[in-house]
Every structure is written in C-alpha cells, then in structure tokens.
Design a protein around this ligand. Structure first.
Ligand SMILES: [Zn+2]
Length: 67
C-alpha cells in the first residue's frame, strides 16, 4: 500500500468515526478494492463466485479477498 492510499484510508476511517465528512459520489467512484477493504473491511467481490461481480479493477479474481 502506498502512502497516498494509506492517507486516504486514514482520512475516511476518521471521517466515518467522527461524522466530519461524507463521501460524495465522486469519492465513492474513486474507491478501489484496497481502499474499500481498508475503510470498510469488506469488498463485495468476496461474493463474486456467487454473483460474478467484481466492483473494482484491482479486485482479485480468486480468493483470499481480504488482502
Ligand atoms: Zn474487491
């Protein structure tokens, strides 16, 4: 994980906890598998074997997905 990604995750973790900011559609569109996992601890690609859904370009094509 690069520094920019780590900073982004830290910002939104804090914002979610304190309610100081909310994601705009633009922010949501800029999420990646890595930042989604970092902020929310979950990515919907974990269900891709059932749903075939890979929401982000950097989602792994097979498990484990929590990385
Ligand atoms: Zn993913």
């Amino acid at each position: 994980m690069n520094k920019q990604t780590a900073t982004y995750i830290a910002y939104w973790l804090n914002a979610n906890e304190t309610g100081t900011d909310q994601m705009s559609w633009g922010d949501i569109a800029n999420l990646t598998h890595e930042t989604q996992l970092g902020i929310y601890g979950y990515c919907t690609c974990e269900q891709q074997e059932e749903t075939g859904y890979r929401p982000y370009d950097d989602c792994p094509t097979e498990g484990p997905y929590h990385q």
